[in-house]
Design a protein around this ligand. Structure first.
Ligand code: 13P
Ligand code: SF4
Length: 369
């Protein structure tokens, strides 16, 4: 049984059955009522990948970078009910004050990519890397990682990145050290390093499960060590999807998130962060056609918000991020009704020991964003 199964059982025990018997209208009315009652004491941040049924109640909507920036400057909200995934709620806890409580409405809302780098694997891998390259490596972690990994990175002089600032952060990292370890998303690391002019031959992949390197050249030539992790959502786009579209609808613009594989990014017309995708389509002329390679809740929302443009998913059989989707209206209402009763459920807290170093990696990122 893995951690998600255990959390699932706990969460099912916790979410009373009556929430499945309430109508959507009843639940929405109660959320509105509780929000009004709490006023400024309650703040609901929402990631763009969240479902419409919860994002409609968010006080701020953004991608990972925007949400981290918002949380770092959040005024005195006592309760932060985070509509996003676990690592985002951890980040919010670390960036907010000691009297602010961060709640994740459903503890099963994890991230499979963040789970691909655990701290023990990272420490073991780091030891091997030090043996090969000595003190020449700076670690960078995508914010889609556990607080413990952020702490490890902070302790070793490195920083967090998001898809919105990754290029600048990588440039900065190379002013600090000769080589970069990029965790946990190999694709974001590879795509960005390549964009900055680093050839694929100078990138090694570290596979944590076998504790081996996938690399054929000389150790000395390695500039970037990519952790072998990926996003299971963005890996569902492939070059065949692009080729099919190019044949059938050649006037479609193809825009993808850099969590997609290198081949997909190379074959697309544009690539960039969630915010970049939203802004690019907002600025596009009426009548333009777009195939988007990113999470499906967001693609559907962009399509709804731009009826004057033709917008489809790059993968016609794409589905939403399942863990993002764990946050639904019943769980949101349940966590709010508990607050109303004076009980905090599913609070996310990061230990002081981890926070001390993880905040360093977040601050190094926020200072440069
Ligand atoms: P951004 O919000 O940085 O674009 O990341 C996308 C993502 O996968 C969030 O889980
Ligand atoms: Fe994690 Fe990918 Fe889902 Fe983002 S979209 S939460 S990276 S699994």
């Amino acid at each position: 049984m893995d951690v998600l199964d255990i959390l699932e059982i706990e969460s099912e025990v916790s979410l009373p059955k009556r929430y499945s018997e309430l109508s959507v209208q009843e639940m929405e009315a109660r959320v509105r009522e509780i929000k009004e009652k709490f006023g400024d004491r309650l703040f609901i941040p929402g990631h763009h990948y969240q479902k419409d049924e919860v994002i409609q109640f968010s006080d701020a909507r953004g991608d990972s970078l925007q949400l981290a920036q918002i949380c770092a400057k959040l005024p005195e909200a006592e309760f932060i009910v985070f509509c996003g995934v676990h690592f985002m709620a951890e980040t919010a806890d670390m960036l907010t004050g000691p009297n602010q409580k961060v709640i994740l409405p459903d503890m099963r809302a994890g991230c499979s990519m963040a789970d691909m780098a655990d701290i023990n694997q990272t420490e073991k891998g780091w030891e091997k890397m030090q043996e090969i390259w000595g003190d020449t490596i700076l670690p960078l972690t995508y914010v889609n990682s556990t607080a413990a990994i952020k702490g490890f990175v902070g302790k070793n002089g490195g920083a967090c990145v998001t898809s919105g600032n990754v290029k600048n952060m990588l440039k900065w990292a190379f002013t600090q050290k000769e080589r970069i370890l990029f965790l946990p998303d190999q694709h974001l690391g590879r795509n960005t390093a390549y964009d900055l002019g680093i050839p694929l031959e100078q990138m090694a992949v570290y596979a944590p499960l076998t504790q081996t390197f996938e690399y054929e050249g000389e150790w000395e030539d390695v500039k970037v060590i990519l952790w072998k992790g990926h996003c299971s959502v963005h890996e569902k786009f492939n070059v065949q999807h692009i080729e099919n579209l190019r044949k059938t609808l050649p006037d479609m613009n193809i825009i993808v998130h850099p969590e997609c594989t290198y081949d997909v990014v190379q074959a697309s017309d544009y690539n960039g962060s969630t915010n970049f995708i939203i802004k690019t389509i907002e600025a596009a002329p009426a009548g333009s056609k777009w195939a988007i390679g990113t999470e499906m809740n967001l693609v559907n929302r962009i399509a709804d918000e731009h009826p004057d443009k033709e917008i489809v998913s790059l993968n016609p059989f794409m589905c939403p991020c399942l863990t993002m989707n764990r946050i639904d209206l019943p769980h949101l209402l349940w966590s709010l009704e508990k607050l109303e009763e004076g009980e905090v459920v599913n609070q996310i807290t990061v230990s002081e020991e981890i926070t001390k170093y993880a905040v360093l990696s977040l601050e190094r990122m926020l200072e440069r964003s």
